[in-house]
Design a protein around this ligand. Structure first.
Ligand code: PMP
Length: 380
């Protein structure tokens, strides 16, 4: 019953479902075709682009629709690989999602990707970035807005400021920020990545905001769609659903996130009392209101996860992208944790409608599972 893995993906928002159905019924035509209905689909697509652009504060021409955040990040780095001189480098934070880290390395080559360290709380300090920008003169800096693992928030406005002063482009993967915190200001970044399924939209749709409307570095070749920036028939129903979802969650009152953070913090207090030695990653840094990344004091994370699953709770052992690989938490590694600690990492991530009762039930289930595991793993 209780879903605590919203950072992996979210259920479809009713507004998104409605928008998808409506678009599929009325605007299923190929936007590139020449008859009237196709023209209407094309118009609807451009209206969706304008609506999204409005929500994130950018010019619509800068928005490129993609199949999600992974494609958006790959589009960016593959384009840079083609545009930049061979000796140019990029700087990315030590806690990027693999779709930034691995894409940058794959497209540009490992030697051209410099890592920006995080401090003991998992935060990139503007001074640390300034030093790297001065020393290495990267062509682009990429820092994740909010971590998918710990929820730690980066001071991206200040980091963007450092880049602006030095004339360096700034990209942020805002996949986890969008739909949880205010989005209007994000468009001030040169490049921006988002993905619908993290904020109540469908899977397989997202976007990249580009620095300039005339910029063109397609990842997919073979068609003039998206102003020659991405080949393939536009998935208008998914795009319409994404925009409807972002609009719907953007209307959440800021007070709701304060209340949700309160539930999460009360949960952590109870957990720390029940499990002395439990560590909360980036506890002292600003974090997303929905996320708690914990290092349990004992027992491997898969043991916790399987027993909580049996009790009807969906949780995670770090990020879903690396699940199955116990202890592959990028952020905990960046903070210098031991292998033993990595194996005890558990991630909880709630959603807008997670209730105080859901959190309480999760606390109780953790305590029950803790007793069970301490007793040697036999169900009690
Ligand atoms: N970036 C971040 C920060 C993410 O959390 C995710 C999803 N785990 C992605 C990128 C990849 O998103 P998508 O599933 O849309 O490719």
């Amino acid at each position: 019953p209780a879903y605590f893995d919203h950072n992996a993906t979210t259920p479809l928002h009713p507004a998104a479902r409605q928008a998808w159905l409506q678009a599929s019924e009325h605007h299923w035509h190929n936007a590139s075709s020449l008859y009237r209905e196709a023209g209407l689909t094309s118009q609807a697509l451009e209206a969706a682009r304008e609506q999204l652009a409005d929500l994130i504060g950018v010019e619509p021409e800068r928005v490129l629709f993609t199949s999600g955040a992974s494609e958006a990040n790959n589009t960016l780095f593959s384009g840079l690989a083609r545009c930049l001189p061979p000796d140019a480098c990029v700087a990315i934070s030590a806690i990027e999602h693999p779709s930034v880290r691995e894409a940058a390395r794959a497209w540009l080559g490992r030697g051209r990707v410099i890592e920006i360290p995080v401090d003991a709380h998992g935060v990139v300090q503007p001074e640390a970035l300034a030093a790297i920008v001065q020393r290495e003169a990267p062509a682009l800096v990429s820092v994740i807005t909010a971590s998918n693992e710990s929820g730690v928030l980066q001071p991206w406005q200040a980091l963007r400021g450092v880049c602006r002063e030095a004339g360096v482009s700034f990209h942020t993967d805002a996949t986890q920020w969008l739909g949880k915190l205010a989005a209007e200001e994000l468009g001030t970044c040169a490049y921006l990545t988002g993905s619908a399924h993290k904020f109540g939209g469908p899977k397989g749709v997202g976007f990249l905001v580009m620095a300039h409307e005339e910029e063109s570095f397609p990842l997919l070749h073979g068609g003039p769609q998206e102003n020659n920036r991405r080949a393939g028939t536009e998935n208008y129903p998914a795009i319409a659903a994404m925009v409807a979802a972002l609009e719907a969650v953007s209307e959440q009152q800021p007070g709701a996130s304060v209340q949700q953070a309160g539930f999460r913090d009360a949960f952590l207090l109870q957990m720390k009392a029940a499990f002395p030695g439990l560590r909360v990653i980036s506890e002292e840094a600003p974090r997303l209101w929905n996320t708690a990344l914990m290092v349990m004091p004992r027992h491997d994370n898969l043991k916790w996860l399987t027993r909580l699953t049996r009790r009807g709770f969906a949780i995670s052992t770090g990020s879903a992208c690396s699940s199955g690989k116990e202890g592959s938490s990028v952020i905990v590694q960046a903070l210098g944790a031991s292998w033993e600690e990595l194996k005890r990492v558990v991630r909880i991530s709630s959603g807008w409608d997670t209730s105080a009762e859901d959190w309480q039930a999760l606390t109780e289930a953790f305590i029950e599972v803790g007793h069970e595991l301490d007793a040697g793993g036999r169900p009690q």
